[in-house]
Ligand binder design. Structure first.
Ligand code: FES
Length: 155
């Protein structure tokens, strides 16, 4: 009687184990097949700033970034066409030149001396009002969303 009970218990445990393994594998496969969704809310539940890089024509690269993100770094990280960032954000190459769209200009801080000098060395002509270096723009408090036009050439 005891032996029969142990055999039954053993079989029951095996069935449970195989069912658990089958469920785990099925869930892993489903998770792997799922296309990752772009987050719009940070892990703390705060809405993430949206950065839109407009290219020639109607194309645009839209990124959701963490507050405090640097525009050039975000663009390079996401392989946004037209943003090179050759100097790594030191305001020494002007390969991150962008034209900030009018409604977003006010929220940005003033242009620093280094940025101002470098903006005179851009490949595409400088716009006295809208030209900025993406590496000198940080999104976050005061700059929640921003839209910029990417010049056709940086180098
Ligand atoms: S990355 Fe070089 S000037 Fe912005």
């Amino acid at each position: 009687m005891l032996t029969a009970s142990l055999v039954l218990l053993n079989n029951f445990v095996r069935i449970l184990f195989f069912t658990w393994e089958w469920l785990r594998l099925t869930m892993d496969r489903r998770r792997a097949d799922r296309v990752p969704k772009k987050r719009t809310v940070s892990t703390r539940g705060v809405p993430m700033p949206k950065v839109t890089f407009h290219h020639a024509g109607t194309r645009a690269s839209v990124l959701q970034v963490n507050a405090g993100a640097n525009l050039m770094r975000a663009a390079v990280h996401d392989s946004v066409p037209g943003i090179v960032g050759e100097c790594g954000g030191q305001a020494m190459c002007a390969t991150c030149h962008v034209y900030v769209r009018e409604p977003y200009l006010e929220a940005l801080g003033s242009i620093g001396e280094d940025e101002d000098e470098m903006l005179d060395c851009t490949v595409t002509p400088r716009d006295q009002v809208r030209s900025r270096l993406a590496c000198q723009i940080t999104v976050g408090p005061g700059v929640t969303d921003i839209e910029v036009d990417v010049p056709e050439s940086q180098v």
